[in-house]
Structures are given as structure tokens and as C-alpha cells.
Design a protein around this ligand. Structure first.
Ligand code: SF4
Length: 107
């Protein structure tokens, strides 16, 4: 398991801006799932049973933080609200918030 990464707030904000403003359908390229950092990880950690399952959440986010296909992975989950679990370093609640902000930004 990689060492958990704490990203500076400026980096998180910059990434969020990137998701929000580079989201046209043509931008999405099929990820090379063989490059996924989590390919050998325990799948259950990506589906924490609750917001209080901090250990699983932390482990999942540490994989996503070093994943080469995190942007595509997150984008796939952003485009399908039926997807649950941690994808591209986000959970359902965070993706719902990002979807809402996208709607506001294109209105
Ligand atoms: S971003 Fe996270 S969930 Fe998606 S493939 Fe990479 S490690 Fe797995």
C-alpha cells in the first residue's frame, strides 16, 4: 500500500478547476485499466461502508493519488451518477457536488 498522500489545498483546487472546465465529451479517452494503481489493491477499500470508514477511505485515496489514469477514472464516474465507491479520488458525495458545479458553470 502506498504511503497516504496529503495534497496541498491549492493542488486540490487546481485539480477541481481542471475537472470543471475540461469536461467536454470529446475529452474523455478510454483509460488503460492495466495502468490502474489499484489493480492489485483490495477492492473493498474502494467501497467504504460509511463515511466513518476512514481507514478504507484513506487507503483508497492513497492509491488514487498515485494513479496514472485518475483523471479518466474520475471522469467516467462523474458522467454516471449510478456509479458508487471511490473513483479517481472522489466518492459519490464529492462527485455529486462536482456535477452540480459543472451545471452551474455551463448555465
Ligand atoms: S483512480 Fe483510483 S479507483 Fe481509479 S483506477 Fe486509479 S487507483 Fe483505481
Amino acid at each position: 500500500m502506498p504511503v497516504p498522500v496529503v495534497r496541498p489545498r491549492e493542488v486540490v483546487i487546481a485539480e477541481e478547476q481542471d475537472y470543471l472546465f475540461h469536461s467536454e465529451a470529446d475529452d474523455l479517452q478510454a483509460p488503460e485499466w492495466s495502468d490502474a494503481a489499484c489493480r492489485d489493491a483490495e477492492p473493498d477499500v474502494f467501497f467504504p461502508l460509511s463515511a466513518h470508514d476512514i481507514a478504507s477511505r484513506r487507503e483508497a485515496l492513497s492509491w488514487c493519488a498515485v494513479c496514472a489514469i485518475a483523471v479518466q477514472c474520475r471522469e467516467i464516474a462523474l458522467r454516471d451518477s449510478s456509479i458508487v465507491g471511490i473513483w479517481g479520488g472522489t466518492d459519490e458525495v464529492e462527485r455529486a457536488r462536482l456535477r452540480g458545479r459543472r451545471l452551474v458553470s455551463v448555465a
